[in-house]
Ligand binder design. Structure first.
Ligand code: ATR
Length: 283
């Protein structure tokens, strides 16, 4: 990649950002497609976020990604929010359109594209169970709720958060909140289980948030965790004959959608996936 005076700038605002795979995915995607663009990671503390956003506007950045802890705080600093960002209540991608900063959220659609690519499951009329009720659950829940599923059941360690999410999603689809004990029955009629919490994430890789005896071969089991690539939950789901879907695809597709928003061209998804797989430890 040759950076010169015409290079268009993109990047990531987060705190920390050192672990991010996004610079590798995007820079390789730009190189492959021939866009004269560059992607850099910026570690910005919360109190510096307003200055960083104005600086990026002044410098004419084409756009950027936003990650923890800025996904909610950045909303009030932008000029406009796409429906995806409004409904999810967080921004992961900003597009600079003639100095107007527009916030999007590509996480939910990224999840759906990944699910379709890897499982080809038909969502229409299906019952879905979401484990967790944080930011990731809001993004995936919104995408599923607007994709024609029949019902979304939410369970979470903190019931009040499950209720808040279920109430948000009930605009599009019937929802209900269940306790951890009621999960067994809910899974019997479900076609898709989506695990959105950090339980099972490295280094607690030997923990599963769902009793393996409750899984069955009629389920697609999604775990948004990508490190380890196959969580304990997914290993157990596989043993029960379920179709499994890990979190790496969502990461690739949310990035691919951001690439498409910035360039107006389809992203080289296969290449981006290869880059991500290469950088993930073999666990
Ligand atoms: P994210 O943006 O990754 O979703 P988040 O908004 O902090 O992060 O949400 C984390 C989710 O993981 C929540 O559902 C959280 O449960 P609580 O609402 O009870 O906090 C869940 N979570 C995190 N650690 C957990 C644990 N040890 N056991 C069960 N759930 C956990």
């Amino acid at each position: 990649m040759k950076v010169n005076s015409l290079t268009e700038k993109t990047g990531l605002l987060g705190h920390p950002v050192g672990h991010s795979k996004s610079p590798d995915m995007h820079n390789e995607a730009f190189a492959l497609t021939g866009f004269n663009m560059v992607y850099l990671a910026y570690d910005v503390s919360p109190e510096k976020l307003p200055q960083a956003v104005e600086g990026m506007r002044a410098l004419g950045f084409r756009g950027w990604n936003v990650t923890i802890p800025h996904k909610v705080a950045i909303m009030e600093l932008l000029d406009e929010l796409d429906d995806s960002a409004k409904e999810i209540g967080a921004v992961n991608t900003v597009v600079n359109k003639e100095s107007r900063l527009i916030g999007y959220n590509t996480d939910g659609t990224g999840y759906l594209r990944s699910l379709q690519e890897e499982t080809a499951m038909q969502l229409t009329g299906k019952r879905v169970v979401l484990v967790g009720a944080g930011g990731a659950a809001r993004a995936v829940g919104y995408a599923l709720a607007t994709a024609g599923v029949r019902e979304i059941t939410v369970t979470n360690r903190t019931t009040a958060k499950a209720e808040a999410l279920a109430s948000r999603l009930s605009r599009w689809v019937p929802t209900r909140v269940i306790t951890a004990e009621e999960l067994q029955t809910a899974l019997q009629d479900a076609a898709l289980l989506v695990q959105t919490t950090s339980v099972g994430m490295h280094p607690d890789a030997d923990v599963s948030p769902v009793n393996p005896d409750w899984l069955h071969s009629g389920l697609v089991v999604s775990d948004l965790i990508y490190h380890p690539r196959k969580t304990k939950l997914l290993q157990e789901a596989e043993k029960q004959g379920a179709c499994i879907h890990g979190g790496a695809g969502m990461l690739v597709h949310q990035a691919a959608l951001a690439f498409e928003l910035w360039t107006g061209h389809p992203a080289p998804v296969k290449k981006m996936r290869e880059v991500l797989e290469r950088s993930l430890a073999p666990v």
